[in-house]
Each structure stands twice: as structure tokens, then as C-alpha cells.
Design a protein around this ligand. Structure first.
Ligand SMILES: Nc1ncnc2c1ncn2[C@@H]1O[C@H](COP(=O)(O)OP(=O)(O)OP(=O)(O)O)[C@@H](O)[C@H]1O
Length: 507
């Protein structure tokens, strides 16, 4: 057997009482694509942070190309030839794409911009080098992160859920890229919750459960159910059947909405019309960067409509064009934003206080002051019901693993029992056990009469959840397509801007 490129022995790391990694052994051979699998909070991100020098292990050894390696910082890791793309972005919002990349990769702006364009074309990671990062969607920001990493020519490339916001076309392209990199002598360490992807791209896998290695295997030799069982320690539940329902009252109606943002990098919206009724889930499909962020901000009330456009958005039958976000919430609207650390939660605050952010109407305030007992009980309940793995409600939101924080935010909004729930990327970063629990919960709420609007880039998720789907492309929304009469390829055609010849369009 060839000597491993990277070899870990007995690596342990604790955060206070939490033993995030315990005695981890792992070998990454040269020219391999190696998956790290595990539930939310299993310790995957911690492990790769140790390999990338973001954190230092409490004990254990890291061998790199046969010699011991001790990394004090990511800069040292990069110099050694280890590159990483994070799950949470580390870009400066006020800088352009090329300026961000220049912080890590030396070179003239014009040359770097050219390389960014070339990499973008080659890998399906197109992004304007001169766009400001604050104007980019989550998906586009991730593209920048991947490009930045590839520009340092790493020997080991660590990718923390790289495909979670990529459109299906780009996932295939990215996989081609990764295979080409592997064949050229680069190893890839790949964290993903998408077991099919792991089977498609990885030749080795290490499974973590509760901070320990529970197995090393070849993922191509196991089916998805097997892998899921090894990961979560039990069988997956079946999807929840949606009951047939005739449409109830209109809870959200958008009629011919046009929107020209002031920001030159934002996507203008034109002629947006949609209706979500009680007892119905409507999905918005599409590749990120096609107006999702702008539409979400208009629905939530974060962006104010210009005066002449104020009769275009109705919630619970009421024109909400002139109402702010808090007033819309008082009508029975709840919202899970796609950007969970920026908008969904305040990382430095405890879960109790994060619960309070939107759930304060549930008697969590008394005479304008926090009712500590009720607020803690609410956070506790959310943690219990949504299986949020954390030591307790006083934990800072930023200390939760990505998937666990997402479960908390989705749980918090659902517990408000809204009449209209709007969820952007409901299961982004959530492991398959928890994702299926969230989807089952959404379908149950729909069956009980809630109106639900979902934005997701994952077609499979939309097909599992939604009664009908509309596709957002270039700021325009397709007509609604009844999910059970529609094939994914049809949605795919709308996603890239082609018109569907099919007549399966709702009146
Ligand atoms: N900075 C920190 N402070 C305290 N606890 C932390 C910190 N970082 C991680 N943890 C805890 O360590 C454990 C492992 O977290 P980690 O982020 O490595 O999990 P993960 O497998 O990557 O999860 P996910 O799939 O949700 O991203 C979790 O219990 C998490 O709450």
C-alpha cells in the first residue's frame, strides 16, 4: 500500500465538556477522494478544522507526507499544501470577489480576475470578479470560496458540504473537476450529507458518530440505506404522505410584482405572481442568484416596496406592502432565512435569547423585560422537539454545529404556529435523519392547514414536499407546475431559462 498523504492518530479535541473528537484515526491516501460522514454534531467540522490549522488538537499526531505536522494557523496549512472551503463563508462583504481572493492569493488584479473567469468557466463556478460580495447570493459566495481555494493549488483539498448550494448542473461539473484534480495527484477530503453524492464521487469514507470513528469503508460497496444506518445507528423513517386536500383560503398572494433594486448587483424581479393557500406547500425552485434573495426580502418585509408597488403582496387577505417585518409577523407570518448565521440567529447570543428574537410574543416577555423562566422553557422545548444536539439553552448559537443551528431556527419558527410559514433552504446542512424529520414536520403542518412556501435549490426536496412548484429564473417566475404531474427535467428546463412546451400548467 502507498504511504498515506495525511495520517491522523489518536486525535482528540474537546470544547469544555463536549468531546467533539475522540481518538480519531484516519488515513487519506494520495490520489483519493475521501468522505467524512456523520450526523449533525458528529464532529466532522471539528476534525477538518484541526487538519486545516484553525484549531489545534488536545492530543494525537498529524502526519503529512510522512512527517509530523503541527499547524498554528490556516496560513501554515495553505503553505503546506492544504486548502479548505468552509461551510460558513469567510468573505469580506464590502470587498469585491477579486479583492477577497487577493487577500489570500498574491497577484495583479487583472491577472487574478482572468484566472477567476477561467476557473469559473472550467468548473461551472461562474462569478463576476468585480461584483461586491454583499450583493452575491449564498450560492455565488460559495462559488467564490471554491475558486479561491483552487487558486492556491492545494495537495489536499478539504470541502465542507461543497454541493449544498450548487445547482445540479454544477455539481456534476464540480465532480468532474474533483476527479481531474485527483487524477492529477490531489487528494480531496469531502464532507457531505448527500449519500448519493458520496457514492458517486468518493473512493473512501470514514464514519463518525458522537465524535468517534465508527467505521472506514468504500462507499461504492454500500447502498444509501446502509450508509444512513451506519451513520445514525438506526433505519431511516419513510417520508410522510401528503393528504389530498382542496385548496383553502389564500394566505399569501403576490400579484404582478415588479422590483428594481437600487443595488446594481441585485437581481430585478418582474411580473412575479404566486398564491399559497392554507393546507398547501408551494416550492420555488431555481439556481441561487436568480432573484431568490430579493424575493425573500420582499416577502419577509426586510426590503420595503416602493410606494407605487404597495398593492402587490397580500398576507392573510391583507395588503402588506406598507407593513414592516414585525407587523407581518403579527398577522401570523413566520420566516426562516437562508442565511442562518447572519439573519436567522445572532451567533454570540445564547439559544434562549435567539429564541426570543422572533418568539417573544409567546409570553416570553413580561412588562417589557425578559421572562427568563418562560424564555428558557421555550428554548428547551425547541431543543427537545427538534433534536438539537447541544449541552443546553444557554449555549451560544455560534457554538452549535451548522445543522443543529438550522434545526433550532426551523423549530423556533414552526413553534410560533404561523398561518403562513416561509422557509428558505429548510434542510441546508442538516443530516439526512434530521432533514427527513423536518420534512415530515412540514408535511404534517400542511396537512393540518398551514400554508407553506419553500425556496430550495434541491429538486429532490421540492418533489418530496411540494404540491406545486414554480421556478425562478433571471428574476421571473414560471407558472405553477403540479408536482405529481411534472418530471424533474421539466423543472430543470425552466431552471436554465428554457420554456416548457408541456401543458401541465395550473390555471
Ligand atoms: N467552538 C465551539 N465551542 C463549543 N462547542 C463546539 C464548538 N465547535 C463545535 N462544538 C461542538 O462540538 C460538536 C461537534 O461539532 P461539529 O461542528 O464538528 O459537528 P459536525 O459533524 O460538523 O456537524 P454538522 O453536520 O451539523 O456541521 C458539537 O456538539 C458542537 O456543538
Amino acid at each position: 500500500m502507498t504511504a498515506p498523504l495525511l495520517s491522523l492518530r489518536g486525535i482528540s479535541k474537546s470544547y469544555g465538556q463536549i468531546r467533539a473528537n475522540q481518538a480519531i484515526d484516519l488515513d487519506v491516501p494520495p490520489r483519493s477522494i475521501h468522505a467524512i460522514l456523520g450526523e449533525n454534531g458528529a464532529g466532522k467540522s471539528t476534525l477538518v478544522k484541526l487538519i486545516y490549522g484553525v484549531e489545534q488538537p488536545d492530543s494525537g499526531t498529524i502526519m503529512w507526507k510522512g512527517a509530523p505536522l503541527s499547524l498554528a494557523s490556516p496560513a501554515e496549512a495553505r503553505r503546506a499544501g492544504i486548502g479548505m472551503v468552509f461551510q460558513h463563508f469567510s468573505l469580506f462583504e464590502t470587498l469585491t470577489v477579486v479583492e477577497n481572493i487577493r487577500l489570500v492569493v498574491p497577484g495583479r488584479k487583472a491577472d487574478l480576475a482572468e484566472r477567476i473567469r477561467t476557473l469559473g468557466r472550467d468548473f461551472g463556478l461562474e462569478v463576476d470578479p468585480f461584483a461586491h460580495v454583499h450583493a452575491l447570493s449564498v450560492g455565488e459566495r460559495q462559488r467564490v470560496e471554491i475558486i479561491r481555494c483552487l487558486m492556491t493549488n492545494p495537495k489536499l483539498l478539504i470541502l465542507d458540504e461543497p454541493t449544498s448550494v450548487l445547482p445540479p448542473q454544477s455539481v456534476e461539473k464540480l465532480f468532474d473537476t474533483l476527479r481531474r484534480l485527483r487524477d492529477g495527484g490531489v487528494s480531496v477530503l469531502f464532507i457531505s450529507h448527500k449519500l448519493e453524492e458520496i457514492r458517486a464521487i468518493c473512493d473512501h469514507a470514514t464514519i463518525l458518530r458522537g465524535g468517534r470513528v465508527t467505521g472506514h469503508l468504500d462507499p461504492r460497496e454500500h447502498d444509501v440505506h446502509d450508509l444512513a444506518r451506519m451513520m445514525i445507528g438506526r433505519d431511516m423513517p419513510e417520508p410522510m404522505p401528503a393528504l389530498a386536500r382542496s385548496g383553502g383560503d389564500k394566505r399569501l398572494e403576490i400579484i404582478g410584482l415588479d422590483y428594481r433594486p437600487d443595488d446594481p448587483f441585485a437581481v430585478p424581479l418582474s411580473g412575479i405572481s404566486l398564491t399559497v393557500r392554507s393546507g398547501e406547500i408551494l416550492g420555488i425552485a431555481g439556481i441561487s442568484g436568480n432573484g431568490q434573495t430579493e424575493l425573500a426580502a420582499l416577502i419577509s418585509g426586510e426590503t420595503e416596496l416602493p410606494r407605487e408597488q404597495r398593492d402587490r403582496i397580500y398576507m392573510m387577505g391583507k395588503d402588506v406592502g406598507a407593513l414592516d417585518a414585525a407587523t407581518r409577523r403579527r398577522l401570523g407570518f413566520a420566516f426562516v432565512p437562508e442565511d442562518r448565521l447572519g439573519r436567522g440567529a445572532v451567533p454570540e447570543m445564547s439559544l434562549v435569547l435567539n429564541g426570543l428574537l422572533t418568539a417573544h410574543p409567546l409570553k416570553l416577555l413580561k412588562h417589557g423585560l425578559i421572562d427568563r423562566k418562560n424564555a428558557a422553557a421555550f428554548a428547551d422545548e425547541c431543543i427537545r422537539r427538534y433534536d438539537v444536539r447541544t449541552p443546553g439553552p444557554e449555549t451560544e448559537a455560534g457554538a452549535l454545529s451548522g445543522g443543529n443551528l438550522q434545526k433550532f431556527i426551523v423549530g423556533r419558527e414552526i413553534m410560533l404556529s404561523p398561518k403562513l410559514l416561509f422557509v428558505a433552504q429548510p434542510t441546508w446542512g442538516v443530516d439526512i435523519g434530521a432533514a427527513s424529520a423536518i420534512r415530515r414536520r412540514l408535511v404534517t403542518l400542511r396537512n393540518e392547514g398551514m400554508a407553506i412556501l419553500v425556496i430550495s435549490e434541491e429538486l429532490e426536496e421540492l418533489f418530496e414536499l411540494c404540491d406545486s412548484i414554480q421556478v425562478l429564473h433571471n428574476g421571473k417566475l414560471s407558472p405553477p407546475l403540479v408536482t405529481r404531474d411534472t418530471r424533474p427535467e421539466e423543472i430543470g428546463r425552466y431552471m436554465i431559462g428554457a420554456r416548457s412546451p408541456s401543458g401541465k400548467v395550473l390555471a
